[in-house]
Design a protein around this ligand. Structure first.
Ligand SMILES: [Zn+2]
Ligand SMILES: [Zn+2]
Length: 347
């Protein structure tokens, strides 16, 4: 048996012919296994969806009740048989409910990791290393220049700015699923106790996280708050709103942006961000290469970003590697192109 007998890369996502399913398909299919609820991985319109309960709930919040024909929830560590394949979900440490999907047949195991990070995040289960023969990895930040800072240190910069400018409203641009809630949880972990304000696009997902027992403290909608009330406060909002007329409701706003791309000064300038915060929900270069090595896989399939550098790194470390040409995965969860259109609603 070859790995391609288990999973075949197609332009619409990887497909398991034996088990009759796709993983994170970019087009509607009969049966989809979904790693996590970011929109480039989790699309509406599949006949049947298998995912963690959190991923199903988040898809329902974003797409409405009829986002799939039927749904089935699976827990981390639970295995099910699909057409003679054994499928197991493991934590990916990326966002709430995110999973790596292991598919095993006759002792050969392929792991599709979706998006992942190997650093602690108070809003989701930690990344679990899964030994396998073939590891499918993302490559969003797969260049040696990407070394993410310690997230607590970045949050300390935000708190220092609040202390320095106690009258200014601090606006933190963060993707609405995952990053926003992580920024809030990190502020709480650092001892920040004041109410945190939410842009309307953040409300339902953030309240869902709070309902799952994640300590986010007191949250208030920006909508309806008086301008004077917002002096010296923190508001979390979609990155696209940072340069919007929406910011005029805040007294002397100071803009921050939490993204792995903030490592690149030109990106911070492009967004006109005063306070770049290098906080990413993806593994950085060291995280990717350390994880690849630790899986013990002899073959690596690379998708989703800077494939070339990672394929080259694998080759120089004696691993077979190939890029997958899957159209439709993006970096919208870090403030890439799609995030710019995310915060359309004027709230
Ligand atoms: Zn993602
Ligand atoms: Zn992604």
């Amino acid at each position: 048996m070859r790995p391609e007998d288990i999973l075949v890369p197609t332009p619409a996502g990887v497909c398991c012919k034996l088990g009759a399913f796709h993983i994170d398909p970019t087009r509607p299919v009969e049966r989809a296994l979904i790693t996590h609820a970011h929109s480039d991985h989790a699309r509406a319109g599949h006949c049947a969806v298998l995912a963690t309960q959190e991923t199903l709930d988040l898809m329902r919040l974003r797409y409405g009740d009829n986002f799939a024909g039927t749904t089935q929830a699976i827990r981390y560590g639970e295995s099910i048989d699909l057409g003679g394949t054994r499928v197991t979900f493991h934590p990916a440490g990326h966002v709430l409910g995110s999973a790596q999907i292991a598919v095993a047949v006759n002792g050969l195991c392929v792991v599709a990791s979706g998006d992942y990070k190997n650093v602690r995040d108070p809003t989701c289960a930690p990344f679990e290393l899964v030994r396998c023969d073939v590891f499918i990895t993302e490559a969003t930040f797969a260049l040696p220049v990407f070394r993410h800072a310690n997230a607590d240190g970045e949050i300390a910069k935000l708190l220092a700015s609040l202390a320095l400018f106690p009258e200014r409203a601090h606006l933190v641009g963060a993707y609405s699923l995952g990053k926003a809630q992580r920024v809030i949880a990190l502020l709480r972990k650092a001892g920040y106790q004041a109410p945190i304000y939410l842009h309307g696009a953040m409300e339902s997902i953030t309240r869902y996280y709070a309902g799952r027992g994640i300590a986010l403290g007191e949250l208030r909608p920006v909508r309806g708050a008086a301008k004077a009330e917002l002096a010296g406060t923190v508001t979390v909002c979609p990155p696209s709103t940072l340069s919007d007329v929406w910011t005029r409701r805040f007294p002397d706003p100071l803009t921050a942006f939490a993204s792995g791309w903030m490592r690149i000064r030109a990106r911070a300038r492009q967004y006109g961000v005063a306070l770049p915060l290098v906080i990413s929900d993806h593994a950085d270069w060291d995280g990717l290469t350390a994880t690849i090595a630790a899986t013990g896989a002899s073959e690596i399939w690379v998708t989703h970003g800077q494939e070339d550098a990672l394929v080259h790194w694998c080759a120089t470390h004696g691993l077979r590697a190939r890029p997958l040409d899957i159209v439709g995965y993006g970096d919208e969860d870090e403030g890439g192109a799609e995030a710019v259109s995310e915060g359309g609603e004027e709230t």
